[in-house]
Design a protein around this ligand. Structure first.
Ligand SMILES: *Cc1c(COP(=O)(O)O)cnc(C)c1O
Length: 398
């Protein structure tokens, strides 16, 4: 019998704030009524601000992140097109698999799980592609499986230096809204996300930023698509409507979630994620454990993947946390199963929640056989949070 709340420390679906939950408790609406469209215009406007795009469109599909992947591919590419991708975690692996299933010719770079996107290798391949056969580069901004954030600005610089005009596809499912993301400045052509991670909503929306260049590519792209057709969306979205029945409740949730982010400030949301993540990483260090990310420049501020010590099965840690402490930790995906557990610090999160995650991870690690000094991780994280609090109190006093 589980009592109290389930502590949800997985990197998606994330915790849905009460205000967002309540906002969705509305009677069903007429989605063709004359007053249905106007409020959605504000949603599109605020999504564009969130994605940091002026000229792009942000489309909202009834789907999840995976649906946005498919929409991005099928609208802008043609069967047999060559695309460049790297595999360094579960999500980049799955996206590559989808690209193959859909009939693209995928040029793959395989890396260790824990590595970042291979910018210099991408640059090398693009530089060597004199005939422009590579039509798109796909990159996972934040590998949720490994807790690795890659440098998209550096990739854009490399593409510009190679004077290559491939489309740039970016999976931002666990980054957009929580980590710095610059659709226009980084020249991202297809920016993929979903509702249930940084946007603090239930699953059900696939959200996709589309650049003018990608919109143009859609005019001649030959891949088959029907439900996800961009032009149907764009035409209807102009007045706040959708080509087919939209998930009305989720649109109310999205409005409330965007309002919360705007009240906090989009930049403040990002700063908060950085602060909370620093505390979690300090705890991992205090435990004497390693994160999956290969180097500090890759550390993700939305999810930390923690390697369990030799002889300690991460699946036991996760099971104990769930059964004994009513706490959900993220599992190790694919080849990381049993080796890694993850703490999601994404979306509607605060210091108290992170400290709870750390304290319960300590109990669960110890019960699974790890040598843990109780409180060591909690104290290390508290020290990080205390420093920020003291600094902000001092600033306010100045
Ligand atoms: C969660 C996630 C996805 C998949 O999204 P779904 O919403 O489960 O379809 C894709 N990429 C990344 C990086 C993710 O974190």
């Amino acid at each position: 019998m589980r009592t109290g709340i389930n502590h949800l420390f997985i990197p998606g679906p994330t915790n849905v704030p009460e205000r967002v939950r309540q906002s969705m408790n509305v009677p069903m609406q007429d989605h063709r009524a004359h007053d249905f469209g106007a409020p959605n215009m504000g949603i599109f406007r605020d999504l564009k601000t969130l994605f940091r795009t002026q000229d792009g469109h942000v489309l909202v599909f009834p789907a999840s992140g995976t649906g946005s992947w498919e929409a991005a591919i099928t609208n802008t590419l043609s069967p047999g097109d060559r695309v460049l991708m790297a595999r360094h975690g579960q999500f980049s692996v799955l996206w590559a698999q989808m690209a193959q299933r859909l009939g693209l010719e995928v040029e793959l770079i395989d890396l260790a799980w824990g590595a970042g996107a291979p910018i210099s290798e991408f640059a090398h391949r693009l530089g060597a592609d004199r005939k422009g056969e590579i039509k798109a580069v796909f990159v996972t901004h934040n590998e949720t499986a490994t807790g690795v954030t890659s440098d998209i600005a550096a990739l854009r610089r490399a593409m510009n230096e190679a004077a290559h005009d491939a489309l740039l596809f970016v999976d931002g499912v666990s980054s957009i809204g929580c980590l710095p993301f610059e659709m226009d400045a980084w020249g991202v052509d297809l920016a993929v996300t979903g509702s249930q991670k940084g946007l603090m909503m239930p699953p059900g929306l696939g959200i996709l930023g589309v650049s003018p260049k990608a919109m143009k590519a859609a005019e001649t792209a030959k891949m088959r698509r029907a439900y996800f057709e961009f032009s149907d969306q764009v035409k209807n979205n102009e007045t706040g409507y959708f080509p087919y029945t939209p998930p009305v409740q989720l649109l109310h949730g999205l409005r409330a979630a965007l309002d919360l982010m705007i009240e906090e400030g989009f930049d403040a949301v990002i700063t908060r994620h950085r602060r909370l993540a620093a505390g979690v990483r300090a705890a991992v260090q205090a435990w004497g454990l390693e994160v999956c990310a290969e180097s500090p420049s890759l550390y993700s501020d939305t999810v930390t993947a923690i390697r369990t010590p030799e002889g300690v099965d991460a699946r036991d840690v996760i099971k104990i946390a769930y059964d004994r402490y009513n706490a959900s930790l993220g599992s190790g995906l694919g080849p990381l199963a049993g080796k890694v557990f993850r703490i999601g610090h994404i979306g509607d999160c605060n210091e108290g929640m992170c400290l709870t995650a750390i304290a319960l991870a300590e109990l669960s690690l110890a019960a699974a056989g790890a040598t843990i000094t109780f409180g060591a991780g909690v104290a290390a994280a508290q020290a990080v949070y205390a420093q920020h609090t003291q600094a902000s109190i001092a600033m306010a006093a100045e």
